[in-house]
Design a protein around this ligand. Structure first.
Ligand SMILES: [Zn+2]
Length: 239
């Protein structure tokens, strides 16, 4: 709770104007590039955190963990804080990052910046055989992601099930905009950073495959509308 207050206070502060350092950054600022997907389509990455703020104004931020770390040096112990921050817009964009500093606030800020640079775009769809409604509420197929010792497996789930996962995976999926999914994890699941990274890697692996046509076709606006109508009819009939 305290962290959320801190974040909101920080957001209210006037931020210095962004002076892009990269070519892509300049194009984003000049509104030549209007989406994150366009950056990835050009084979480029998000090198400047401000690009994300520019392209995704509805991005929300959540601090997943703040840890005390200690290191021995010649002149004694050196204590630092390590923060893990999750960002997402609930519309298929999600990222996680870590940051370290001697104070809590700068650690969170560094982590938030890192999370923005690590942002990925994921296709949301419905691949559940129990549902098959074609609206964008789950993931299109089963995926696996690994980070460190942690392995996270995500499966499509029917509408209304919710996210059956541990707290960290649930937060990641919710930030990405996935409403229903099953999840299974292995390894040292207490490790928040590895859990979050593995979940994002699993979601990101959807980008390395192509469905017949494309994911977008599977959840295109018109198909989605029709499906939503059908669902509404079903619901009305049930009630
Ligand atoms: Zn469905």
């Amino acid at each position: 709770m305290r962290d959320r207050n801190r974040n909101s206070r920080r957001r209210d502060e006037p931020q210095p104007e962004w002076i892009p350092k990269t070519d892509i950054g300049r194009k984003v600022k000049n509104k030549e590039i209007l989406s994150i997907e366009e950056i990835f389509a050009r084979g480029k990455g998000v090198l400047e955190a401000q690009m994300v703020d520019f392209l995704l104004p509805s991005l929300s931020e959540e601090t997943l963990e703040i840890m005390n770390t200690q290191r021995m040096t010649d002149c004694g112990r050196k204590a630092q804080f390590r923060a893990i921050v999750l960002v997402g817009d609930k519309q298929g964009h999600v990222g996680v990052g870590s940051g370290k500093s001697e104070e809590v606030q700068p650690a969170i800020r560094a982590a938030a910046k890192d999370a923005r640079r690590n942002i990925v775009c994921i296709p949301i769809g419905c691949g559940s055989w129990e549902c098959g409604c074609k609206t964008r509420h789950s993931i299109p197929i089963e995926v696996v992601g690994k980070n460190g010792s942690v392995e996270v497996r995500l499966k499509p789930a029917p509408r209304g099930l919710g996210i059956a996962a541990n707290a960290v995976v649930r937060k990641v999926l919710a930030a990405a905009g996935v409403k229903d999914a099953w999840s299974f994890s292995r390894g040292r699941t207490r490790n928040v950073y590895n859990m979050a990274c593995a979940s994002i890697k699993a979601l990101d692996s959807l980008n390395s495959m192509r469905y017949v046509g494309d994911w977008k076709e599977r959840a295109s606006a018109s198909v989605e509308k029709e499906a939503e109508k059908a669902v509404e009819k079903e619901d009305a009939a049930a009630a």
